[in-house]
Every structure is written in C-alpha cells, then in structure tokens.
Design a protein around this ligand. Structure first.
Ligand code: ZN
Length: 139
C-alpha cells in the first residue's frame, strides 16, 4: 500500500467508536436511549432530551444526496490527482432526516451527480487504522 498522504481523522472520546465501526465496515450513529432520536456528529448527550444514554445504531448505509459541490481547484497538493471530485452531504436512511454526513461521492462522473440521488456507503481502507465512509450511487 502506498503511503497515504491526505489528512486523517483525529478521533476523540466521542468519535472514536464511530471510526472503530468504520474500520469494521459498519456505519453507525448514536441513538438516544430515552427519546430514540439519532444524532450527528457523535456527542455525549442527546440534543433533543438531554439524556446521556445511547446506543450505536447500525445503519444499512444507504441514503440520498442532499447537497454537493464539485472541487476543481485543489488547495491541498495531496488531492491534486483527484480533481475534479465531489464533496456531498448525505442524508442517511433510518435517521428521520436528522443525520447529514459530509463525504465524497465516488464511482460516478461528477456531471451525473444530482441532488436526491440514491447512494450507498463504500468504505475506503486508506490505512490499517482507518476506513473512510465514502458513497457510491446505487445501481
Ligand atoms: Zn433523547
């Protein structure tokens, strides 16, 4: 594996479990034990009912593009071979439109990306420690 030169996540107390699930190719978000609401990004207490108890709910990894940009002018040299590339906000299924995760859409020419397009998570094992959740259009 070539050395990975792009920025990597910096897990903290709240996000470390999320990245560990990604490494196992599972997309999970926190679900409140009291009110049942999902939330993003990972955080200690429920923003809806202020309960500290939660579970890591396993999602099926599908969703739809809610917004996107196409990057043509690259700032960080590590991304220069990728341009043009797509950064999108994905509304994840199973979260009542409350979880909007920012990621890349891959496996599709940028000209074909549309708001509302159905996508599915595709984990990119970039290092032995990290798998990044990216998204591909559903067939
Ligand atoms: Zn709650």
């Amino acid at each position: 594996m070539d050395e990975y030169t792009k920025p990597l996540p910096v897990p903290d107390f709240d996000t470390k479990p999320f990245w560990e699930f990604c490494k196992a190719h599972e997309l999970r978000v926190q679900r409140c034990a009291r009110c049942g609401e999902t939330r993003w990004p990972p955080q200690g207490l429920c923003p809806h009912c202020h309960c500290w108890d939660f579970e890591w709910a396993k999602l099926d990894g599908t969703g739809r593009i809610d917004a996107y940009v196409v990057v043509h002018h690259v700032i960080l040299p590590a991304f220069s071979d990728d341009a043009p590339y797509v950064i999108a906000q994905i509304l994840l299924d199973g979260c009542e439109d409350r979880v909007r995760i920012t990621s890349n859409v891959i496996g599709c020419p940028w000209e074909e990306i549309k708001v509302g397009m159905r996508v599915r998570v595709a984990f990119d094992d970039v290092t032995p420690e990290f798998a990044l959740p990216k998204f591909r259009p559903e067939p």
